[in-house]
Design a protein around this ligand. Structure first.
Ligand code: ADP
Length: 226
C-alpha cells in the first residue's frame, strides 16, 4: 500500500514541486500516473522510494512509515520495491542472467536460490547470455522488468518505462506489467506522459499538473472488447 497524506515538497530553489498531495494506492492496484514535463511526477516517485523526504506531510509505502526509515534501513526498504526506469539501467558489462542475479546477490541470497529465481523470472527469455547492448530497447526493458521482480516485491514502480521504446513495443511492455499485476497481484505504478497508451489500457489514472492532483479516477480502456 502507498499512502501520501498532506504532502508538500518545496525545493530549495524556491519551487513548490508538490502541494497538498493526498493519495492512496491499495495492494494489487495498477495505476497510471500521468502529467506533462515539470508536473511533479519524478518528485512523487522519489518520495515513494525515499530518495527525498517531504517538506511536510507523511508517506507510507509497503507498511513502512518513510519518516522512520533511515540509515541502513533504507536499503532493506528499497528491496520491497522493484524499480523500472526509462533508460533500463542494466549493467553493460554483465549479461542478462548476471544482471538479474546481481540484485539477488546484494540481497544475500544463496547460490542455489539465485539460480532458481533467475531462471524463473527470466522465464522464456532466450538471450540470457547476451550483453545488454546486443538487445533491442524492448528486450532490455523486459530484462529490467525481470530484474525488478527478482526480489519478489509487493510493488513495482515503472518510471516512463516505454520512453525509449518503439510505440508498437510499448504496448507489449505495458501488457507484461499488466500480466504481472494480474498473475502475481503485484501493485504497479506506471509513470508516463504517453496519453495514447493510457487511453488504450484505461484503469485508474492519476493526473498531476503543477504539483497537484487534478484527476484521479477509473476510465474504460479502448482495448476492452479485445
Ligand atoms: P516531472 O517528473 O513531472 O517532469 P519533476 O518532479 O521533475 O516533474 O519537477 C517538478 C518541479 O520541480 C519542476 O518545476 C522542476 O523544475 C522542479 N524540480 C525537480 N527537481 C528539482 C530539484 N532537485 N531542485 C529544484 N527543483 C526541482
Amino acid at each position: 500500500m502507498v499512502e501520501l497524506k498532506n504532502v508538500n515538497v518545496h525545493y530549495s530553489s524556491g519551487v513548490d514541486a508538490l502541494q497538498d498531495i493526498n493519495l492512496r494506492i491499495n495492494d494489487g492496484e495498477f495505476v497510471f500516473i500521468v502529467g506533462g514535463s515539470g508536473a511533479g511526477k519524478s518528485t512523487l516517485v522519489k518520495l515513494m522510494t525515499r530518495e527525498i523526504t517531504p517538506t511536510s506531510g507523511r508517506v507510507f509505502v509497503n507498511g513502512y512509515n518513510l519518516a522512520k526509515v533511515k540509515g541502513n534501513k533504507i536499503a532493506k526498504f528499497r528491496r520491497s520495491i522493484g524499480m523500472v526506469f526509462q533508460d533500463f539501467r542494466l549493467i553493460q558489462e554483465l549479461n542478462v542472467y548476471e544482471n538479474v542475479a546481481f540484485v539477488l546477490r546484494i540481497a544475500d541470497q544463496s547460490s542455489r536460490f539465485i539460480k532458481q529465481r533467475v531462471t524463473d523470472v527470466l522465464n522464456r527469455a532466450h538471450k540470457a547470455r547476451s550483453k545488454p547492448k546486443e538487445l533491442s530497447g524492448g528486450e532490455q526493458q523486459r530484462v529490467a522488468i525481470a530484474r525488478a521482480l527478482a526480489n519478489d516485491p509487493g510493488l513495482i514502480i515503472a518510471d516512463e518505462p516505454t520512453g525509449n521504446i518503439d510505440p508498437q513495443l510499448s504496448y507489449e511492455i505495458v501488457e507484461l506489467l499488466k500480466d504481472i499485476n494480474r498473475s502475481a497481484g503485484t501493485t504497479i505504478i506506471m509513470v508516463t506522459h504517453e496519453h495514447d497508451l493510457v487511453k488504450h489500457f484505461g484503469g485508474r489514472i492519476i493526473n498531476i499538473q503543477d504539483g497537484a492532483i487534478t484527476f484521479d479516477d477509473n476510465i474504460g480502456g479502448s482495448d476492452e472488447d479485445e
